[in-house]
Write a protein that binds this ligand. Structure first.
Ligand SMILES: [Zn+2]
Length: 349
């Protein structure tokens, strides 16, 4: 019997739990990533000192960096060049992990991702967002070999970061709908398994009654973000997790830098795209979940006027040329967008 299947690049180990960080030394041995614990550890400036103290890896070489920029990734690479280590462990929030993923890829080192916050789906994804001269650019990188998410730290993360993670997970629902639209209109092939994985994680977050104050919800959220990363790895692109929703977030980054976090902006983008798509059922569910988690659902909640948000949405398709979404499909001008935003607001409770 022929055995036809695909190989999926995925982390060797995933551990989402309280105290996950304390199990890091054991995990390095078990996965054979590092038998002697001779690893480099990259930490951010915030929680870094506390983690460095608790880390039970006497042979680790610790580097504290200011993460998030391409320069910081090159700086880390320069620091690591003389370290003879088995792997790079990035411990921190989304920006730290993205920086460590990029550096590890550059140096050909295995990378272990330890999340102390859940701001976006980068904890297990083969992409890294880094700013270069103030502009955020997404780079393709290797998937982390192991992913840990420590709830003891995550539950202490700023609420806005966790809300961003919730928003980023929810955007998968709109991103997959955009992917299917492009399949119907342009014949773009859809990877059904990647779409299913991305969507099921997002649906679990969508329907979970808990909040970011509950460990049970945070576990579901961490799992959804890991699934998003896995889906991107399967698809070989960010397609299952990034559609018109992300184009709107990128447009807000360009026109109103520093306005809100990635997933907060993306979720509002997903809500708008879902409205324009005419999916009333998903719109109501999305609106309810966003309200439950305190995510902005209107221009004013985001800190903009309706006109400013309309202009950003009109600009959005320019941020990602070649990606076909509901925004490219409908080609709305800012007047039509303002009308949709007004109608959409009417439907919100
Ligand atoms: Zn995202």
């Amino acid at each position: 019997m022929p055995l036809l299947a695909r190989t999926v690049l995925a982390p060797l180990a995933v551990d989402v739990s309280a105290g996950a960080l304390a199990r890091l030394p054991e995990l390095l041995v078990d996965t054979r990533i590092s038998s002697g614990g001779k690893v480099a550890v990259a930490l951010g400036p915030g929680i870094g000192a506390e983690i460095a103290e608790k880390l039970d890896l006497p042979d680790a070489i610790i580097h504290t960096i200011q993460p998030g920029t391409l320069d910081s990734a090159h700086h880390l690479a320069a620091l690591l060049r003389d370290d003879r280590v088995d792997a790079l462990v990035g411990i921190g929030g989304g920006r730290l992990i993205d920086t460590a993923k990029y550096t590890a890829t550059q140096l050909g080192l295995p990378m272990v991702s330890v999340a102390t916050s859940l701001a976006h789906d980068g904890i297990a994804s083969p992409t890294a967002s880094l700013t270069r001269e103030g502009v955020s650019i997404s780079y393709g990188v290797h998937t982390p070999l192991a992913v840990l998410a420590d709830l003891d730290y995550i539950r202490r993360a700023p609420a806005s970061q966790l809300q961003s993670g919730v928003g980023d997970a929810l955007t998968n629902l709109s991103a997959v709908a955009d992917w299917e639209l492009s399949h119907q209109v342009n014949g773009e092939s859809v990877d059904g398994l990647a779409a299913a994985v991305a969507r099921s994680g997002a649906e679990a977050v969508l329907r979970h009654p808990g909040t970011i104050a509950d460990d049970a919800f945070l576990t579901t959220l961490a799992n959804a973000l890991v699934q998003g990363g896995l889906a991107m790895g399967m698809a070989g692109s960010s397609r299952p997790c990034s559609g018109g929703c992300h184009e709107i977030s990128h447009a807000l980054d360009v026109l109103h830098p520093g306005l809100a976090q990635h997933g907060q902006q993306g979720a509002l983008g997903a809500l708008f795209c879902t409205w324009v798509r005419g999916d009333k059922v998903l719109f109501a569910e999305l609106a309810a979940a966003m309200k439950r988690h305190g995510l902005p659902r209107t221009a004013s909640e985001l800190g903009l006027s309706t006109d400013e948000l309309s202009i950003a949405i009109e600009y959005a398709p320019r941020t990602r040329p070649g990606r076909y979404t509901i925004l490219e499909h409908r080609e709305l001008d800012s007047v039509a967008i303002s009308r949709h935003l007004a109608e959409m607001m009417h439907e919100l409770d």
